[in-house]
Design a protein. Structure first.
Length: 273
C-alpha cells in the first residue's frame, strides 16, 4: 500500500499546496480521501486519475475538502467509455451535496450528451452515507470509519484503510477523540490535519483563532499517534502554511510527545506502507 499526500494545504489558496486530499493506493485500487482544490492535477502527477478511483471517501462537508468534487465527477464521466459509477462514501448529508453538484453541472452535462454521440449516459455517482463501522470490504482491503470531533461540523468521519497487514488512518479535521483513538490502534501510518496553536494565537485575529477549537494542534496529533502506537505520523492540512525554514519546528513539536517517525506533509509526499 502507498499513501500519497495530494494536497497538504489549508483553505487558503497556496501556490505550493493543493487543498486537502490524500490518495491511498491499495491492492483493490486507489482510494481518494477528500477532494480539495487541485486534486486531479496532483493525482495526475502521482500517476492516478478520476477514472482509477475505487472510491472517494469524504471525511466531512467543509468546502475545502470538497472543492473539486465537480471535477472528479465530470472528469471520470468524460474519460470513461462505458458507464463507470463513482462510489462516494461519506457522512450523512453527502448525498445532498452530490445532488447539488450534479445540478450545478446540469448545463455541461446536456452540452456533452448532445455533442458526443457515443456518450449516452449521465455521470453515474453512487453515494453511500455511512456512520461508524466497516464501510467498504474488498476482501484484502477493508475501510473502517469512526466518528471524529470537528464540532459544530456534524457528522464528521475518520477512516482506517487496512490492506493485508498494512494500515493507514486518515484523521481528517478533528480534535483528539475516542473514535479516532480506536482507529489508530496499531496503525502503520496516521495522516493528521494540524494547526500551529502557538503561531495562530500570536496572530490574534478572531477568524483565525476560531480554528483552534475544532482542530488538533501539532502536539495533539502527536499525542493521538502516541496513544495509538502508530509507526509514522504525517502532518497535513497545515495551518498556517509553514514559512520556509520553519519545517523543523513542526517536527520538533510533534517529537516532543511522539517517538515514532514524523513527516511534514508536502504535496506528492509518498509513503510506502
Ligand atoms: Zn473542516
Ligand atoms: Zn479542513
Amino acid at each position: 500500500m502507498q499513501v500519497v499526500i495530494l494536497g497538504s494545504g489549508n483553505p487558503l489558496p497556496d501556490p505550493e499546496r493543493a487543498g486537502p486530499s490524500t490518495l491511498v493506493r491499495t491492492s483493490a485500487g486507489d482510494l481518494l480521501v477528500d477532494c480539495g482544490r487541485g486534486v486531479l492535477m496532483r493525482a495526475a502527477k502521482a500517476g492516478s486519475s478520476a477514472g482509477a478511483l475505487r472510491a472517494l471517501l469524504v471525511t466531512h462537508l467543509h468546502s475545502d475538502h470538497l472543492t473539486d468534487l465537480n471535477d472528479v465527477i465530470t472528469t471520470r464521466w468524460i474519460t470513461s467509455f462505458a458507464p463507470s459509477p463513482l462510489a462516494v462514501i461519506g457522512p450523512r448529508g453527502t448525498a445532498a451535496v452530490v445532488t447539488a453538484v450534479e445540478s450545478m453541472l446540469g448545463a455541461d452535462i446536456e452540452y456533452r450528451l448532445e455533442h458526443h454521440a457515443d456518450l449516452t449516459w449521465r455521470p453515474p455517482v453512487v453515494v453511500t452515507e455511512v456512520d461508524a463501522g466497516v464501510v467498504l470490504d474488498d476482501g484484502a482491503v477493508r475501510v473502517t470509519s469512526a466518528r471524529s470531533d470537528h464540532a459544530p461540523v456534524r457528522p464528521c468521519l475518520a477512516y482506517r484503510i487496512d490492506d493485508g497487514d498494512a494500515s493507514v488512518v486518515v484523521a481528517g479535521d478533528t480534535v483528539p477523540c475516542a473514535g479516532l483513538d480506536a482507529l489508530c490502534e496499531g496503525a502503520d501510518v496516521l495522516v493528521h490535519t494540524v494547526v500551529r496553536r502557538d503561531l495562530i494565537e500570536m496572530i490574534a485575529l478572531p477568524r483565525l483563532t476560531d480554528v483552534l477549537d475544532y482542530h488538533s494542534s501539532v502536539g495533539d496529533a502527536a499525542t493521538t499517534a502516541a496513544r495509538g502506537g502508530v509507526g509514522t505520523l504525517v502532518l497535513t492540512h497545515l495551518v498556517p502554511a509553514p514559512a520556509p525554514g520553519t519545517e523543523t519546528e513542526w517536527l520538533q513539536q510533534a517529537a516532543a510527545s511522539f517517538t515514532g517517525t514524523v513527516l511534514l506533509g508536502t504535496d506528492l509526499l509518498a509513503i510506502d506502507v
